[in-house]
Ligand binder design. Structure first.
Ligand code: CA2
Length: 150
């Protein structure tokens, strides 16, 4: 079936490995907000922007790929993707982003380019339409505001 040519108002927000642990450890790097807190912030901002967010998290690379395909098939407005450490390793995610028409905005709480050298490469960034990083939970909100302009 052909995908819907008119993007919906749904923005899918995909979170990768270990992000379910946000707020429990390493607050000096990732802050003290939980993923549920971030989802709440996004729901509030989405309402103001006339958008709807669908926030998901998985520790499994294939789930993230399936959800990118789903966002595309459903004609989502955009995907905000914090792929966690898969950002720096996953050619499969790069291929998935290249294979879909939905714009993907790369999101990070920290700024990986100011951290260890192994975090400086981003396969996600090689295909993402845009990126927001280093703003803590606000990175997601700024990315949502960018999605509203697409
Ligand atoms: O800064 C980000 O958002 C990252 O995507 C977070 C990933 C990291 O591998 C990326 O380089 C940058 C790690 C997420 C791990 O989250 C944790 C949360 C609480 C406690 C431990 C890990």
């Amino acid at each position: 079936m052909a995908s819907n040519p008119k993007p919906s108002n749904v923005v899918m927000v995909l979170n990768g490995p270990n992000l379910n642990l946000l707020g429990t450890r390493e607050p000096e790097i990732y802050g003290s907000a939980t993923l549920d807190d971030i989802a709440g912030m996004l729901e509030d901002r989405a309402r103001e922007l006339g958008l709807e967010v669908d926030v998901r998290q998985s520790n499994h690379e294939g789930h993230l790929i399936d959800w990118l395909h789903e966002a595309n098939a459903d004609g989502a407005r955009a995907v905000l993707l914090n792929a966690g450490a898969y950002t720096h390793t996953s050619i499969a995610l790069l291929d998935a982003i290249k294979a879909i028409a939905v714009p993907v905005i790369e999101v990070h709480l920290s700024d990986p380019t100011n951290r260890e050298p192994f975090r400086h490469i981003s396969y996600v960034g090689m295909a993402a339409a845009d990126e927001v990083k280093g703003l803590g939970p606000q990175s997601y909100v700024v990315a949502l505001e960018k999605a509203a302009l697409l």
